[in-house]
Write a protein that binds this ligand. Structure first.
Ligand SMILES: Cc1cc2nc3c(=O)[nH]c(=O)nc-3n(C[C@H](O)[C@H](O)[C@H](O)COP(=O)(O)O)c2cc1C
Length: 213
């Protein structure tokens, strides 16, 4: 409902009136100049269907996705709900999305020229040993459209996805992705940074090991 309202506000030219404009407080990261530090995290606009409406709210960048190569329905509902007694919210969406081709059509139809992160995942039915194929396919397709690309290995809601955070698994995955990124940068003539999204509950040792790869 939020995204539908935002789309409507944007189309009617009123989104800018509701929001207060964009704060200009630039910061340079990864060779990109972000107009400010507050961005939209992945998972709200999974299909890139509200890019212009969200941009009108003044974000310094938008990250759309997670998108998988093929469309998939995600987990059965209920998949996002409150557990009132525990004062908690359970989120187990499972990468519900319309697939990378649909997302790219939305990107092409948008007027946004700011920094657009595109967050990649793997389809739930791609075996873990083939995970790199999904990320590579995603990278190739989104490369020219992205300001940066996120490799999402943080979700607990795709079976075994977090195993990709293991040192050996991640070395292999990143090795393949960095090679492809290098080839794409040469072909396209623009270097698009890769970002790895890891789980928030790794130990410090695990984070350091990942950072050292
Ligand atoms: C309902 C929901 C769906 C999410 N979906 C995604 C997703 O598809 N991909 C992703 O990388 N992160 C996803 N996230 C994680 C957010 O991008 C973000 O990292 C997380 O919510 C922590 O930031 P916060 O403390 O501002 O909520 C999701 C989070 C929520 C609550």
């Amino acid at each position: 409902m939020t995204l539908r309202c935002l789309r409507w506000l944007e189309r009617s030219g009123m989104a800018g009136l509701v929001a207060g404009g964009r704060v200009d407080d630039p910061v340079d990261v990864m060779g990109l100049r972000f107009p400010n530090r507050v961005g939209l995290a992945a998972g709200l606009d999974k299909n890139g269907e509200c890019i212009d409406g969200l941009a009108a709210l003044g974000f310094g960048f938008l990250e759309i996705g997670t998108v998988t190569p093929r469309p998939q329905p995600g987990n059965p509902q209920p998949r996002l709900f409150r557990v009132v007694e525990a004062e908690a919210i359970v989120n187990r969406m499972g990468f519900n999305n319309h697939g990378v081709e649909h997302l790219l059509r939305q990107v092409q139809a948008s007027r946004y020229r700011g920094i657009l992160g595109i967050n990649l995942g793997k389809n739930f039915d791609t075996p873990l040993e083939r995970a790199a194929d999904d990320y590579l396919a995603g990278l190739r397709q989104v490369y020219v459209h992205a300001g940066y690309v996120t490799v999402n290995i943080s979700s607990p809601n795709t079976k075994d996805l977090r195993r990709l955070q293991g040192e050996n698994e991640l070395r292999a995955l990143l090795g393949a992705l960095k090679a492809e990124q290098g080839a794409l940068a040469r072909t396209v003539g623009r270097y698009v940074p890769l970002v790895v999204k890891i789980a928030p509950d790794l130990s410090e040792g695990e984070v350091e090991a990942i950072g050292g790869l």
